[in-house]
Design a protein. Structure first.
Lengths: 141, 111
């Protein structure tokens, strides 16, 4: 009985593997973002270079997709935070131009990354640095 | 689970057919990260808004997946293109504790 079960598991493994691989990775490190070599054309970020507290730092982003492309989704990453993806916006109706502002919680001084996924699956992204003089994320340490 | 968490939705710009205006949404949610500990040394449970849906005349236009990196009292502005006959914008949210909330605002066309 066990042998049969093991055989079934082995047989099913190739079909199960892609499901696992597709699971969305939410924690993206700064190194991984840099390694994407994202082009910043069309993205304008409005982010303070100095923030007194990381509790609420305003971010403004103006994203214009390259000609013939549309924006499918936008992600905001804070690589120095415990959970690096602060926000994901999914556009149910893709647009060529999207403007948004929000407020972020920063664990410390870092670059904020705004990455947009375009209709052809490619990505564009830009980053903006900030210096935080006190942290908003507390851990047990 | 319904809540009495306050939420507000306003518009900036001329509400005319075809015009793209700015919608501003804020909700009075603590967005507990789960990293804090209280005075008794107990970890405060994570409770952040994890899902937000924006509907224009009942049709989904924008979906949000906020995380712990969003500030308390999450705030977002986003563009909305006014339909020819006006209508309404509705924002619905769901958090880790299973609480839900929504706010709706009419797009009253300017003459």
């Amino acid at each position: 009985m066990l042998a049969r079960r093991a055989c079934l598991a082995l047989a099913a493994a190739p079909f199960l593997a892609p499901l696992v691989a597709q699971a969305e990775v939410i924690n993206v490190s700064a190194a991984e973002l840099v390694a994407m070599h994202l082009k910043a054309d069309g993205i304008t970020l409005d982010f303070p270079s100095l923030a007194d507290t990381g509790a609420s730092v305003p971010l403004g982003a103006d994203i214009v997709a390259p000609a013939g492309q549309k924006i499918e989704s936008i992600e905001v990453f804070l690589p120095a935070n415990p959970n690096t993806r602060a926000l994901k916006l999914k556009l149910a109706e893709p647009l060529a131009h999207f403007v948004f502002t929000t407020r972020l919680r920063l664990a410390g001084s870092q670059d904020v990354w705004v990455v947009a996924t375009l209709s052809d699956g490619s990505r564009i992204g830009a980053r903006a640095p900030t210096v935080v003089t006190s942290s908003a994320c507390f851990d047990a340490s | 689970m319904a809540t009495n968490i306050p939420s507000r939705l306003t518009f900036a710009g001329a509400i005319r057919p075809g015009n793209t205006i700015e919608a501003r949404w804020i909700v009075g949610h603590p967005m507990e990260t789960g990293f804090r500990i209280d005075d008794a040394g107990q970890r405060i449970l994570r409770n952040v808004i994890t899902q937000v849906r924006v509907l224009l005349n009942g049709k989904l236009i924008l979906e949000l997946e906020p995380g712990t990196g969003m500030s308390a009292n999450p705030y977002l502005t986003f563009p909305v293109t006014v339909p020819l006959t006006g209508g309404s914008v509705r924002v619905e949210w769901l958090d880790d504790a299973g609480q839900r909330g929504s706010v709706q605002q009419l797009l009253l066309l300017e003459p």
